[in-house]
Design a protein around this ligand. Structure first.
Ligand code: NDP
Length: 684
């Protein structure tokens, strides 16, 4: 029998730089096709040398990653994403065996690879081309400015262990890998057993691509328990899965005794709420119903962000129930490989049992079935021969009973819960004790403002959906790489992604206190008060020759009343502070008529510019512009321009140079401070 033969096939793991296939063992866990029940293979980590895994990550992995700057890691991620995108057909084929339809798998596979593109952008646009990231500005710590401080972020010298849930075998791995890789920490992936073969296929391609440095990624299929003994203060565990397992792992010795960082993203009872204004017949009513049905059917409801609690105003409960049932009836159920299928099986028979048990518990706790449930699910399973659960809508008999707020049926299941008013809606939302996401479907701005502000502390993400954003909205269930994913309380208390935030979780923030010169050297950005080097005009230097601290001290220029009037008439900015002596003098900030701020900035450009063709290619902005001392007719101005940050681009022939610009008057009083942003050629 084919199934019995494949019992001997055990998924291999990629550890310490090579593939390891465990010998057949009794403890290996069999994995079956979710739709057909056919035995696929078994999973075991028997024989994996976990001390070698930790050692390989910490020695080879860290050393190789540290040779790369954030930008270089970003470039690799982009190439890697392109490489994987060319191979998605294979992943989709495998994904069918996990019960997912093509639509479901798209979220996991293409969605997962998409996070790598995003993280490539974050690394290259929001981080320096270096291995040290600056966090916030410089703090002046002393009267004379010889003692200053700022925070830097460096890669932690440990490994990041991902423990992932079964429901997003690709996305779950990549949305963590992207930030971890940019942060410069070696990754050990432990996929959930039921879908490890899909994760494995992608990891195998990542390794095969040859793009990743040695030690950057390892994969352990099966139990990773022995690895916990090797984890210590520089390591991190990023877990996704059940709240129960999260609690077990958070109590591990490595976490409680040895300081391993533990991040959890656990199941939560997310809600979607129909606003009081969204009566049947409104666009919002239809959007709400579509959203609930989509979250029940996509991935057969096996999404950490799915809508478990459907809040509706008492008056509309019946209409909502009927509309959801009518819409569910249009969703094809069956073989995930069929194009018409919208609801496939859940991942395994065990998961099916868990979901139906949870449904029974919710009913016992005070709810009744509107559609679906055990009997209908049994009929479906008998008809299709796989782990099918019928789309199940429950209605809470009492909105305040615990079961609907506590018990998560991790499948195509939702409970309708009615609310009488805004205050109770807020209290009911909070009964989830912390969720990943809540959505409110309303076109009433006042209601949305009050409700969202009050429920925000219990949620990691809130979607406000109405006719204005519906067409472009990514929906209730989709976490986005530039926004935070994670939630307080029951949802695990962790945060993933969120753009740069997701990277910094795996780095150490350190406050550096030093002299300005030391801080310039350590942070890689020129700090006010540190050495300025005068010499050739810095605009004549290409990136090859330009150094931090290279400075231009300009000539003086007087500002006359004629200049001010000329500028006012030329630009049309005839604001009274520049044109009317009496009115200007009555203003508490001005001694009388003063120069326009933009005139000061324009004169400063005239003072610092080097007009000849040279390595400076473009000025693409100013940042942090502050006008400090007003400039009266007859005052003199001078500008000091200093190379503050130099960021060569990996894939272009130029880079960015940020210049510190300080304009002073004849009394050396500060007039304006800002950063000038330019593009400068690498060579000229
Ligand atoms: P689990 O919490 O059981 O498993 C999640 C991951 O943790 C898997 O990789 C699992 O490995 C691993 N794991 C389990 N126990 C341990 C342990 N003691 N030490 C180390 N690793 C461990 O969740 P499941 O994936 O089995 O799903 C069960 C329930 O979790 C669902 O019904 C749902 O309620 C919830 N869930 C929540 C998700 C979310 O995103 N928030 C996602 C998926 C599920 P292995 O598979 O090898 O056991």
């Amino acid at each position: 029998h084919q199934g019995e033969q494949s019992m001997t096939e055990i998924l291999s793991s990629y550890v310490a730089g090579s593939w390891h296939t465990p010998a057949a063992t009794e403890s290996a866990r069999p994995v079956r096709d979710a739709g057909t029940g056919e035995l696929l293979h078994s999973v075991s980590s028997a024989g994996v040398d976990f001390a070698a895994v930790a050692d390989h990550a910490r020695t080879t992995g860290i050393a190789e990653l540290q040779k790369l700057t954030f930008h270089q890691r970003g470039v690799i991620l982009k190439k890697l994403a392109t490489y994987l995108m060319e191979r998605t057909k294979d992943y989709h084929e495998i994904s069918f065996t996990t019960g997912t339809t093509k639509r479901d798998a798209f979220v996991d596979i293409e969605g997962g690879i998409g996070t790598l593109f995003t993280y490539s952008g974050v690394a290259r646009r929001q981080m320096p081309n270096s291995t040290v990231h600056l966090d916030g500005g410089v703090e002046r710590l002393s009267k004379n400015g010889t003692f200053v401080g700022r925070h830097i972020l460096t890669s932690r010298q440990g490994l990041a262990l991902q423990i992932n849930a079964f429901n997003f075998p690709v996305w779950g791995m990549l949305e963590k890998f992207g930030p971890m890789f940019v942060a410069g920490v070696p990754v050990v992936v432990k996929p959930a057993t039921d879908t490890a073969h899909l994760t494995r296929a992608v990891v195998a391609d990542m390794i095969e691509s040859g793009l990743l440095p040695a030690g950057a990624i390892q994969l352990v299929c099966g139990d990773v328990t022995p690895l916990f003994d090797d984890l210590a203060e520089q390591d991190a565990i990023a877990f996704t899965g059940s709240a129960h397992t999260a609690r077990t792992l958070s109590a591990l010795d490595c976490v409680t005794q040895r300081g391993t960082r533990f991040f959890a993203e656990a199941d939560s009872l997310n809600f979607s709420l129909l606003g009081p204004d969204a009566a049947p017949g409104t666009e919002e009513f239809d959007l709400f119903v579509s959203g609930v049905v989509a979250e029940m059917t996509v991935k057969a409801g096996q999404k950490c962000t799915a809508i478990r609690r459907t809040f509706v105003p008492e008056a509309h409960a019946e209409a909502v129930g009927e509309a959801i049932i009518a819409k569910l009836a249009t969703q094809g159920v069956g073989d995930p490989r069929e194009k018409s299928t919208r609801l496939g099986p859940v991942v395994s028979d065990k998961q099916r049992t868990d979901v139906l048990d949870a449904v029974d518990q919710i009913i016992a706790g005070g709810a009744h079935l509107l559609t679906g449930g055990r009997e209908e699910s049994d009929k479906l399973a008998a008809e299709h021969g796989g782990a099918y659960v019928a789309a199940t809508v429950l209605q809470a008999d009492d909105a305040w009973s615990d079961a609907v707020h506590d018990i998560e049926a991790f499948g195509p299941v939702t409970s309708i819960i009615t609310y009488p008013d805004t205050e109770d809606a807020v209290r009911l939302a909070a009964r989830g004790r912390g969720s990943l996401v809540g959505s409110v479907v309303t076109h009433d701005r006042e209601f949305a403002t009050e409700f969202v502000r009050k429920i925000a502390p219990w949620h990691g993400r809130v979607l406000v959906l109405d006719r204005a954003d519906a067409a472009e909205s990514t929906g209730h269930g989709s976490p986005l790489p530039n926004l935070v994913h994670g939630g307080p309380g029951r949802a695990g208390g962790g945060e993933e992604m969120g753009g740069l935030r997701g990277i910094t979780h795996f780095m150490q923030r350190t406050a550096i206190q030093a002299s300005p010169d030391m801080l310039t050297a350590i942070g890689g950005e020129w700090v006010n008060g540190s050495e300025r080097r005068l010499g050739d005009h810095p605009f004549t230097k290409s990136l090859k020759d330009l150094r931090l601290g290279d400075t231009l001290d300009s000539e003086w220029r007087e500002v006359t009343l004629d200049d001010i009037e000329h500028f006012a008439n030329f630009t049309g900015d005839t604001f009274y502070a520049h044109m009317n002596e009496e009115a200007a003098a009555a203003n508490p900030f001005f001694p009388g008529r003063v120069a326009h701020g933009y005139l000061i900035v324009s004169f400063a450009a005239g003072l610092f510019v080097q007009p000849d063709p040279g390595p400076v290619l473009a000025n693409y902005g100013l940042e942090g512009l502050n006008f400090i001392t007003p400039v009266s007719p007859g005052d003199k101005l001078k500008v000091t321009l200093t190379a503050k940050r130099i960021t060569p681009r990996e894939t272009d022939e130029y880079g960015e140079v940020r210049w510190d610009a300080q304009v002073v008057n004849q009394n050396e009083e500060p007039v304006a401070n800002y950063d000038v942003l330019t593009l400068v050629a690498k060579e000229y």
